[in-house]
Design a protein around this ligand. Sequence first.
Ligand SMILES: Nc1ncnc2c1ncn2[C@@H]1O[C@H](COP(=O)(O)OP(=O)(O)OP(=O)(O)O)[C@@H](O)[C@H]1O
Ligand SMILES: [Mg+2]
Length: 369
Amino acid sequence: MDIESHRFISFFESEQAAELCQRATVENFTNQTILFEEGEKPDFLYLVLAGRVEFRKKLGTNHFQTLATALPNGYFGELGILDGQPRSAQAIVYGGTVLGKIERHHLMEIVNSTKGSVVVKLFNYTIQRLRESTEAYVKQLVYKERMVLMGEMLNTVIHDLNSPLIGIHLSSSVLKEVHTDTETAQWCDLIQAQAKRISAMTEDLLEFAQGNTILRKQPLNLAQALEIFQELNSVYLREAQVELVIQAEDVVVNADENKLMRVWQNLLNNAVESFNGHGGRVEIKAWEREKQVQIEITDNGPGIPEVIRERLFESFVTYGKGTGTGLGTAIAKSIIDAHGGKISFESYSQHGTTFYISLPLEAKALNSC
Ligand SMILES: Nc1ncnc2c1ncn2[C@@H]1O[C@H](COP(=O)(O)OP(=O)(O)OP(=O)(O)O)[C@@H](O)[C@H]1O
Ligand SMILES: [Mg+2]
């Protein structure tokens, strides 16, 4: 849209509207540009002409809470302009975005000489936006509070939950030994695989509740670990009609095996879930190059929905699943970060997704280990 047809301009009488358009500058911003930080002095009013801007508060090193979003025909920054108080949140651009900018003193000059009815329109719109963002904020707070409570509860029941899980595991092993036919073996494998998944899921949730990642590093042969991973998932994959192909060099890294397995498991689960029962193919490759250990996990599923791609690694970002909590990729990232590595992805609609993981050579086992 152009600046003349923007909602904010339409609040003003024609003469003042023309003056505002003349004073405004139009700028293009690239993805992830930070327009202003929390606490900065307000200098401009921004009119969104194309794209999207999000307002978020920093909660931790890599954690932000989104408070509100501005879309085309919306505007922001007026509160700071009016009361002169520092910005209350960070503003960040998502995707290619076009904004009209009006300097504070130009705007104040025009607003000061404007009719009361114009001010009322501005006021109404601002109140409406404040109400919307407060509602969204309260909703998020309630949701997070619930997750924290769930984490505290998990902390207390996890020990009790592990005992019956071990019982299930042992009973099915005994059953397999007593009844040596293939069908019993298959069912017992399935029982064990599912018990293991329950255990992994509770650990994921517990880890999230604790909010940190403690590593128990040891020299780990990636090819061997991936073979075990494949075995552990054999029944799950057969049931889901998914082929898992592994190509791994004999690379040894100093890593937390259980945590790394959890990363692979979360990414594999996502790929399998994306096939939606129609079956598919997942390929995991691992090799060493340029002082880095590289791991690639590729599936030929429908691709990650475009609307969540930019925020995939944030907690609670989930899409199209009734039961998803949106923690799988957030946990995977926190584990890779804790190893000093990097995780990213490429995804193409209807063609599939590849996750790229790199672990630094420093994480590699020393010969003496
Ligand atoms: N390989 C993939 N193919 C297609 N979509 C994917 C893939 N991986 C992730 N997604 C999408 O990303 C969303 C977020 O994934 P994430 O693992 O973080 O959470 P979740 O799977 O929804 O929930 P949880 O893992 O906590 O059970 C998924 O809901 C899904 O829509
Ligand atoms: Mg998941």
